[in-house]
Structures are given as C-alpha cells and as structure tokens.
Ligand binder design. Structure first.
Ligand code: RB5
Length: 143
C-alpha cells in the first residue's frame, strides 16, 4: 500500500507520528506536508495529495490541518477524491464503509494524537460495504 500525506504547520507533529506508524507497518508514504512549524498555506500541501489520488499514484491519502476543514475542502475539488473530515472512530469507520472515502482529513487541533493514530489505522483497515452505498457513491462526482 502507498499513501500520500499532506499537512500545514498545525499538523506537523501529528503527521510525523502518523508517518512513523505507517512506516512501522511497511506502508510506503509520500510526504507532501511541511515538516516545520512556520505558518504555511494548507492548499499547498493538500493539492499534491489529491492529485496523487486523481492520477492513481497512491491508494489512499491523509491530510491534516488545524480544523481539517481547509485541507478537506481543497482535496474535495478533485473528481476522484472522496475526502472525509473525521473527528472520531465511528465516523472514520462510516467514511470507509458507506462513502468509500479515499482521503482522511484530520483536525489536529481538535483530536488527541492517540485518537488520530487509531483513526488512521481504522481508516486503512475498514472496507467499503458496497451494495446500496455503491449507487450513492457513484453519484457523488460531478458529471
Ligand atoms: C491554520 O491556522 C489553520 O487555519 C489551518 O490549519 C486550518 O484549520 C484551516 O482550515
């Protein structure tokens, strides 16, 4: 599995911890985020993640900013992206089972790090349920 990750200054600590977790599982990670804490603009780090999904370069994406909203809004501009802003485990499960989300957007300033790590693991292992959700997901992209 290959994952693209992007973050602004609000998400650097969480990104580094998530990268450690993913690498410990043998998952290849492409890091598009800032590794510093100087103020930067979240779209600059979210667009590359979305483009990798759009072009089929990676299996999944993770974006992180303070609220998760700015990064999520940016990634969802791409037709093949289904980016889900998640703030607890149950919503993360449903984002995969019902929405077949391919990007997880995390609000670093509103969730604890252990929770974020648990959500990442949950996102990666939870399968899309298909069935009635398949029809709905098919209707999400603009035609
Ligand atoms: C940065 O201060 C903050 O605006 C950003 O991380 C994010 O929350 C935007 O949606």
């Amino acid at each position: 599995m290959k994952i693209a990750i992007g973050n602004d200054h609000a998400g650097t600590d969480y990104k580094l911890a998530i990268m450690g977790l993913l690498k410990s599982k043998g998952i290849e990670v492409v890091n598009y985020g800032t590794d510093g804490t100087d103020s930067v603009d979240y779209p600059d780090f979210a667009h590359p993640v979305a483009k990798d999904i759009e072009n089929g370069n990676v299996d999944m994406g993770i974006v992180i900013c303070g609220t998760g909203n700015g990064a999520n809004m940016t990634t969802n501009k791409y037709q093949k992206v289904r980016s889900a802003l998640c703030w607890n485990k149950e919503i993360t499960v449903l984002a995969r089972e019902h929405n077949n989300a391919n990007i997880l957007s995390l609000p670093a300033r509103f969730i604890a790090l252990p929770q974020a790590l648990d959500m990442v693991e949950t996102f990666l292992k939870t399968q899309f349920e298909g069935g009635r959700h398949e029809r709905r997901v098919e209707k999400v992209a603009c035609r």
